[in-house]
Unconditional design. Structure first.
Length: 286
Protein backbone atom coordinates (compact mmCIF):
# COMPACT_ATOMS: atom_id res chain seq x y z
CA UNK A 1 0.00 0.00 0.00
CA UNK A 2 1.33 3.44 -0.94
CA UNK A 3 2.00 5.70 2.02
CA UNK A 4 -0.36 8.65 2.37
CA UNK A 5 1.04 12.01 1.29
CA UNK A 6 1.80 14.49 4.07
CA UNK A 7 -1.11 16.76 4.97
CA UNK A 8 -0.78 20.22 3.43
CA UNK A 9 -2.89 23.22 4.41
CA UNK A 10 -2.67 25.40 1.31
CA UNK A 11 -4.20 28.48 2.93
CA UNK A 12 -2.84 29.72 6.27
CA UNK A 13 -2.65 33.43 7.10
CA UNK A 14 0.60 34.03 8.96
CA UNK A 15 1.43 37.67 8.32
CA UNK A 16 3.29 40.60 9.92
CA UNK A 17 1.19 41.35 13.00
CA UNK A 18 2.38 44.93 13.32
CA UNK A 19 1.01 45.81 9.86
CA UNK A 20 -2.55 44.64 10.50
CA UNK A 21 -5.02 47.52 10.63
CA UNK A 22 -6.94 47.95 13.93
CA UNK A 23 -10.32 47.13 12.37
CA UNK A 24 -8.91 43.89 10.97
CA UNK A 25 -7.44 42.91 14.35
CA UNK A 26 -10.79 43.62 15.98
CA UNK A 27 -12.53 41.25 13.55
CA UNK A 28 -9.85 38.58 14.10
CA UNK A 29 -10.18 38.77 17.89
CA UNK A 30 -13.95 38.41 17.95
CA UNK A 31 -14.98 35.09 19.47
CA UNK A 32 -11.46 33.56 19.54
CA UNK A 33 -9.74 31.97 22.53
CA UNK A 34 -6.43 31.20 20.81
CA UNK A 35 -5.03 34.70 20.28
CA UNK A 36 -1.89 33.97 22.28
CA UNK A 37 -1.16 30.98 20.03
CA UNK A 38 -1.81 33.06 16.92
CA UNK A 39 0.51 35.83 18.05
CA UNK A 40 3.29 33.37 18.87
CA UNK A 41 2.92 31.76 15.45
CA UNK A 42 3.08 35.14 13.72
CA UNK A 43 6.25 36.04 15.59
CA UNK A 44 8.15 32.74 15.45
CA UNK A 45 8.26 30.08 12.71
CA UNK A 46 9.32 27.54 15.32
CA UNK A 47 6.07 28.17 17.20
CA UNK A 48 4.12 27.76 13.97
CA UNK A 49 5.83 24.47 13.16
CA UNK A 50 5.06 23.17 16.66
CA UNK A 51 1.44 24.26 16.23
CA UNK A 52 1.18 22.48 12.87
CA UNK A 53 2.59 19.33 14.47
CA UNK A 54 -0.13 19.43 17.12
CA UNK A 55 -2.78 19.97 14.44
CA UNK A 56 -1.59 17.03 12.31
CA UNK A 57 -0.29 19.11 9.39
CA UNK A 58 3.09 18.61 7.74
CA UNK A 59 3.20 21.58 5.33
CA UNK A 60 1.45 24.93 5.06
CA UNK A 61 1.29 27.65 2.41
CA UNK A 62 1.56 31.03 4.12
CA UNK A 63 -0.62 33.58 2.35
CA UNK A 64 0.68 37.14 2.02
CA UNK A 65 -0.16 39.98 -0.37
CA UNK A 66 -0.01 43.76 -0.65
CA UNK A 67 -3.11 45.53 0.66
CA UNK A 68 -2.04 48.66 2.55
CA UNK A 69 -5.35 50.51 2.40
CA UNK A 70 -7.68 47.64 3.36
CA UNK A 71 -5.66 45.19 5.46
CA UNK A 72 -2.55 47.24 6.27
CA UNK A 73 -0.05 45.02 4.45
CA UNK A 74 2.56 47.13 2.70
CA UNK A 75 4.84 45.93 -0.08
CA UNK A 76 7.23 44.80 2.68
CA UNK A 77 4.91 41.91 3.55
CA UNK A 78 6.38 39.91 0.66
CA UNK A 79 9.94 40.18 1.94
CA UNK A 80 8.64 39.43 5.42
CA UNK A 81 7.23 36.02 4.45
CA UNK A 82 10.37 35.12 2.49
CA UNK A 83 12.45 35.85 5.61
CA UNK A 84 9.99 34.09 7.91
CA UNK A 85 10.12 30.86 5.89
CA UNK A 86 13.89 30.93 5.32
CA UNK A 87 15.36 27.68 6.60
CA UNK A 88 11.92 26.01 6.80
CA UNK A 89 10.91 25.89 3.15
CA UNK A 90 10.36 22.12 3.18
CA UNK A 91 7.34 22.76 5.45
CA UNK A 92 6.49 26.46 5.15
CA UNK A 93 5.81 27.58 1.58
CA UNK A 94 5.81 31.36 1.02
CA UNK A 95 2.98 32.98 -0.91
CA UNK A 96 3.39 36.59 -2.06
CA UNK A 97 1.12 39.12 -3.74
CA UNK A 98 2.04 42.05 -5.99
CA UNK A 99 -0.58 44.80 -6.12
CA UNK A 100 -0.56 46.73 -9.44
CA UNK A 101 -2.20 49.69 -7.70
CA UNK A 102 1.02 50.34 -5.78
CA UNK A 103 3.82 48.54 -7.65
CA UNK A 104 5.29 50.49 -10.61
CA UNK A 105 7.27 47.48 -11.92
CA UNK A 106 5.06 44.42 -11.54
CA UNK A 107 7.16 42.23 -13.82
CA UNK A 108 10.45 43.06 -12.14
CA UNK A 109 8.99 42.65 -8.67
CA UNK A 110 7.42 39.32 -9.54
CA UNK A 111 10.70 38.06 -10.98
CA UNK A 112 12.62 39.08 -7.85
CA UNK A 113 10.09 37.40 -5.56
CA UNK A 114 10.25 34.24 -7.65
CA UNK A 115 14.04 34.31 -7.41
CA UNK A 116 13.65 34.68 -3.64
CA UNK A 117 11.72 31.43 -3.35
CA UNK A 118 8.05 32.37 -3.70
CA UNK A 119 5.94 29.23 -4.33
CA UNK A 120 2.63 30.98 -5.00
CA UNK A 121 1.33 34.37 -6.09
CA UNK A 122 -1.89 35.64 -4.52
CA UNK A 123 -4.38 38.03 -6.11
CA UNK A 124 -6.89 38.99 -3.44
CA UNK A 125 -9.27 41.13 -5.43
CA UNK A 126 -11.57 42.29 -2.59
CA UNK A 127 -8.55 43.41 -0.52
CA UNK A 128 -6.25 44.59 -3.31
CA UNK A 129 -9.22 46.30 -5.00
CA UNK A 130 -8.47 44.82 -8.41
CA UNK A 131 -10.27 42.20 -10.45
CA UNK A 132 -8.47 39.13 -11.84
CA UNK A 133 -9.09 40.21 -15.44
CA UNK A 134 -8.15 43.86 -14.94
CA UNK A 135 -5.14 43.25 -17.22
CA UNK A 136 -7.72 43.82 -19.96
CA UNK A 137 -8.62 47.24 -18.56
CA UNK A 138 -7.63 49.27 -15.53
CA UNK A 139 -4.41 47.46 -14.59
CA UNK A 140 -2.65 46.06 -17.67
CA UNK A 141 0.45 45.26 -15.55
CA UNK A 142 -1.44 42.26 -14.13
CA UNK A 143 -0.59 40.59 -17.44
CA UNK A 144 3.09 40.85 -16.47
CA UNK A 145 2.41 39.01 -13.20
CA UNK A 146 0.58 36.19 -14.97
CA UNK A 147 3.26 35.92 -17.65
CA UNK A 148 6.01 35.62 -15.05
CA UNK A 149 4.02 33.04 -13.08
CA UNK A 150 3.25 31.01 -16.19
CA UNK A 151 6.86 31.07 -17.40
CA UNK A 152 8.25 30.19 -13.96
CA UNK A 153 5.72 27.45 -13.22
CA UNK A 154 4.38 29.26 -10.13
CA UNK A 155 0.63 28.94 -9.48
CA UNK A 156 -1.55 31.99 -8.90
CA UNK A 157 -4.23 31.85 -6.21
CA UNK A 158 -7.31 34.06 -6.50
CA UNK A 159 -9.64 34.93 -3.66
CA UNK A 160 -13.19 34.17 -4.77
CA UNK A 161 -16.32 34.88 -2.79
CA UNK A 162 -17.01 37.45 -0.13
CA UNK A 163 -14.89 39.24 2.46
CA UNK A 164 -16.17 40.84 5.65
CA UNK A 165 -13.26 43.14 6.48
CA UNK A 166 -13.86 46.89 6.51
CA UNK A 167 -13.04 48.39 3.11
CA UNK A 168 -13.16 45.10 1.20
CA UNK A 169 -15.17 45.03 -2.04
CA UNK A 170 -16.56 41.58 -2.76
CA UNK A 171 -17.41 42.38 -6.37
CA UNK A 172 -13.75 41.63 -7.14
CA UNK A 173 -14.29 38.09 -5.84
CA UNK A 174 -16.62 36.92 -8.61
CA UNK A 175 -14.87 33.80 -9.98
CA UNK A 176 -16.35 34.21 -13.46
CA UNK A 177 -13.73 36.93 -14.02
CA UNK A 178 -11.20 34.08 -14.05
CA UNK A 179 -12.60 32.82 -17.34
CA UNK A 180 -10.50 35.45 -19.12
CA UNK A 181 -7.41 34.27 -17.24
CA UNK A 182 -8.05 30.65 -18.19
CA UNK A 183 -8.51 31.55 -21.86
CA UNK A 184 -5.55 33.93 -22.12
CA UNK A 185 -3.06 31.98 -19.97
CA UNK A 186 -3.73 28.30 -20.74
CA UNK A 187 -0.46 27.10 -19.19
CA UNK A 188 -0.96 28.92 -15.88
CA UNK A 189 -1.89 26.91 -12.79
CA UNK A 190 -4.77 28.70 -11.07
CA UNK A 191 -6.03 28.08 -7.53
CA UNK A 192 -9.62 29.14 -6.85
CA UNK A 193 -9.54 29.95 -3.15
CA UNK A 194 -12.79 29.41 -1.21
CA UNK A 195 -14.66 28.11 -4.26
CA UNK A 196 -16.63 31.34 -4.65
CA UNK A 197 -18.50 30.79 -1.42
CA UNK A 198 -21.21 31.42 -0.50
CA UNK A 199 -23.09 32.35 -3.69
CA UNK A 200 -20.68 31.81 -6.60
CA UNK A 201 -19.93 28.12 -6.09
CA UNK A 202 -21.66 27.01 -9.31
CA UNK A 203 -19.60 29.49 -11.32
CA UNK A 204 -16.45 28.18 -9.66
CA UNK A 205 -17.36 24.58 -10.46
CA UNK A 206 -18.01 25.48 -14.10
CA UNK A 207 -14.52 26.97 -14.37
CA UNK A 208 -12.93 23.97 -12.66
CA UNK A 209 -14.54 21.63 -15.19
CA UNK A 210 -13.67 23.86 -18.14
CA UNK A 211 -10.00 24.52 -17.37
CA UNK A 212 -7.82 21.50 -16.52
CA UNK A 213 -5.18 23.66 -14.80
CA UNK A 214 -7.67 25.22 -12.37
CA UNK A 215 -7.60 23.88 -8.80
CA UNK A 216 -10.05 24.23 -5.90
CA UNK A 217 -8.88 25.35 -2.45
CA UNK A 218 -11.48 24.41 0.19
CA UNK A 219 -10.35 27.05 2.68
CA UNK A 220 -13.05 29.09 4.35
CA UNK A 221 -15.68 26.45 3.51
CA UNK A 222 -17.09 24.66 6.58
CA UNK A 223 -16.48 20.94 5.95
CA UNK A 224 -20.17 20.20 6.54
CA UNK A 225 -21.04 22.39 3.52
CA UNK A 226 -18.42 21.11 1.08
CA UNK A 227 -20.74 18.56 -0.56
CA UNK A 228 -23.70 20.94 -0.39
CA UNK A 229 -21.84 23.50 -2.48
CA UNK A 230 -19.85 20.98 -4.55
CA UNK A 231 -22.04 17.87 -4.82
CA UNK A 232 -20.01 16.61 -7.82
CA UNK A 233 -16.67 17.04 -6.09
CA UNK A 234 -15.45 13.63 -7.29
CA UNK A 235 -15.39 14.91 -10.87
CA UNK A 236 -12.55 17.28 -10.01
CA UNK A 237 -11.08 15.16 -7.22
CA UNK A 238 -7.49 15.34 -8.50
CA UNK A 239 -7.54 19.15 -8.32
CA UNK A 240 -9.11 19.74 -4.90
CA UNK A 241 -6.88 20.78 -1.99
CA UNK A 242 -7.37 21.07 1.74
CA UNK A 243 -7.08 24.58 3.14
CA UNK A 244 -8.44 26.27 6.24
CA UNK A 245 -7.99 30.08 6.09
CA UNK A 246 -6.80 29.87 9.72
CA UNK A 247 -6.88 32.12 11.73
CA UNK A 248 -9.43 34.19 9.83
CA UNK A 249 -12.67 35.16 11.64
CA UNK A 250 -15.02 32.23 12.14
CA UNK A 251 -12.45 29.62 11.16
CA UNK A 252 -11.99 26.91 13.82
CA UNK A 253 -8.74 25.08 14.40
CA UNK A 254 -6.89 23.41 11.56
CA UNK A 255 -7.37 20.04 13.27
CA UNK A 256 -11.15 20.49 13.46
CA UNK A 257 -11.27 21.36 9.76
CA UNK A 258 -9.18 18.32 8.93
CA UNK A 259 -11.36 16.00 11.03
CA UNK A 260 -14.51 17.43 9.47
CA UNK A 261 -13.22 16.84 5.96
CA UNK A 262 -12.18 13.28 6.76
CA UNK A 263 -15.66 12.61 8.15
CA UNK A 264 -17.37 13.37 4.82
CA UNK A 265 -18.91 10.45 2.91
CA UNK A 266 -16.13 10.34 0.32
CA UNK A 267 -13.85 7.53 -0.78
CA UNK A 268 -10.79 7.34 1.50
CA UNK A 269 -8.34 7.57 -1.38
CA UNK A 270 -10.07 10.76 -2.58
CA UNK A 271 -9.89 12.29 0.89
CA UNK A 272 -6.17 11.52 1.11
CA UNK A 273 -5.57 13.16 -2.27
CA UNK A 274 -7.47 16.23 -1.09
CA UNK A 275 -5.62 16.57 2.22
CA UNK A 276 -2.17 15.88 0.82
CA UNK A 277 -1.54 14.25 -2.52
CA UNK A 278 -2.94 16.94 -4.79
CA UNK A 279 -1.02 19.71 -3.03
CA UNK A 280 2.16 17.66 -3.22
CA UNK A 281 1.79 17.52 -7.01
CA UNK A 282 1.12 21.26 -7.34
CA UNK A 283 3.76 22.17 -4.75
CA UNK A 284 6.36 19.40 -4.98
CA UNK A 285 9.18 19.11 -2.49
CA UNK A 286 12.34 21.01 -3.39
Amino acid sequence: MTAAAPVTDVHVHVQPWEMIRPAVLEAMRRGRDDLDTIRRCFDDPGALLAHLDREGVERAVLINYESPDVMGFSTATNEWVLRYTQGHRERLLPCVGVNPRFEPDVRGRAERLADGGARLFKVHGPHMLVSPNDYLGAFPALRDLYEVAQARGIPVMFHTGTSIFRGARSKHGDPLQLEDVGVDFPDLDVVIAHGGRPFWTEEAFFLLRRFPRFHLDLSGIPPARVLEWFPRLEEIGDRVMFGTDWPSPGVPSVAKNLAGLRALPLARDLVERIVGGNALRLFPRR
